[in-house]
Design a protein around this ligand. Structure first.
Ligand SMILES: [Zn+2]
Length: 228
């Protein structure tokens, strides 16, 4: 179905979705579980515990370095939201997107499009959604930036958690490619990759390499949490 159609119904769908969520469970803070007046991820006292981390530069190719912006370090406040993806809690990824969109310090006005880090289709089939895409869609709504889902993985990867840092790099190399027709969209643009957690950076780097082929103006990355 065309994207324009989805964009048109997104507002009403969100409205109904939030209404249903309110009926099923009143809004509460995902960290301390205190009830809240409105549907926001964290209460103000828990939000204060989000420790800001400085941005980081990662080399992608000889022509590109990627600036990585993180909302916070990977500590217990965001960890529960990140880990919720394993139990297929789409709303947690949406809340991560919300937190990033409202709290991350980065040059928002520069960004042209948001590219969610792709999942291989087998992982997608098991989980039912891509947490990075759910995040990107929420950030896009709040910040008025387009989502451009133009990268795909070309083969299944073993679960990263069981691999060493070097194995992870090998595991993800050469597995992200641009989808047909997306090179045009990224050429000369400020492209921003979206993911939930930055650990070794290997996954983001592999996706950035695929984007670099299109000659964007800059490549940045925006994550909810960075392991420091
Ligand atoms: Zn709280």
């Amino acid at each position: 179905m065309p994207h324009a159609f989805f964009n048109k119904i997104r507002g009403p769908v969100d409205f109904v979705y939030n209404g249903v969520c309110d009926l099923l469970a009143p809004p509460y803070c995902v960290s301390c579980h205190r009830f809240l007046e409105e549907r926001i991820p964290l209460c103000t006292s828990c939000e204060r515990f989000l420790e800001p981390v400085v941005s980081l530069e990662v080399s992608v190719t000889s022509n590109y370095a990627m600036r990585v912006y993180a909302l916070t370090s990977y500590d217990k406040v965001v960890r529960s939201l990140v880990l919720a993806k394993h139990s297929r809690q789409r709303i947690a990824s949406r809340q991560l997107g919300e937190l990033v969109a409202r709290g991350c310090y980065c040059p928002w006005e520069q960004f042209d499009c948001l590219v969610p880090v792709p999942l291989h289709w087998q992982r997608y089939a098991a989980r039912g959604y891509n947490q990075a895409k759910v995040m990107a869609e929420r950030i896009a709504q709040v910040r008025g930036i387009t989502v451009s889902d133009g990268v795909r993985r070309v083969r299944a990867t073993r679960f990263q958690a069981t691999l060493s840092a070097e194995e992870r790099i090998e595991n993800v190399m050469a597995m992200s490619v641009l989808k047909k027709g997306f090179a045009e969209q990224y050429r000369g643009k400020h492209v921003v990759l979206i993911d939930d957690v930055f650990t070794t950076g290997a996954t983001l780097c592999a996706v950035a390499k695929a984007i670099a082929v299109a000659n964007p103006k800059t490549i940045s990355a925006l994550v909810a949490a960075r392991v420091v």
